[in-house]
Design a protein around this ligand. Structure first.
Ligand code: ZN
Length: 138
């Protein structure tokens, strides 16, 4: 069995943003030389998510509106976590959208359904954040 590890760094200039990272994950699979296995992708932070869904701008806007309804960013003083920090909403949004995505690797590529794409979802940006890619297989 082979393993391969890679980190990506993202700097989102706004508080929140969605980035399609599918091609970056494909690149890592190519670099790994692994043909059959599993790829894990997760942010190394507790205020960001990696999720799989459609690359459709209307849907991405819907996520923003829906998450703001569930865990509004403001007013900051509605959250107990917000004292030194102001990012309680980002922790909650990350919990809703999940931590990681795991995808099967078949014949050296992502074994995806037609519309599946991998996204990094930032909830507390304006700083560098890391994403881990770990591939295991042979
Ligand atoms: Zn915090």
């Amino acid at each position: 069995m082979k393993t391969y590890r890679k980190e990506l760094t993202f700097f989102i200039p706004e508080r929140r943003g969605i980035v399609n990272i599918t091609d970056r994950v494909r690149e890592a699979i190519r670099e790994s030389g692994i043909r059959e296995g599993i790829v894990l992708v997760n942010p190394m932070h507790i205020t960001a998510s990696v999720f799989i869904n459609d690359d459709e701008s209307g849907l991405h806007r819907d996520y923003e509106v829906w998450l703001e309804r569930l865990a509004p960013e403001k007013p900051y003083n509605q959250y107990r976590h917000n004292g030194y920090e102001d990012n309680a909403d980002a922790h909650l949004k990350r919990t809703i959208m999940g931590r990681e995505s795991v995808v099967a690797v078949t014949d050296g590529d992502l074994d995806f359904g037609t519309w599946e794409q991998i996204f990094y979802f930032e909830f507390d940006g304006k700083r560098n954040k890391r994403v881990l890619i770990k591939i295991i297989g042979e």
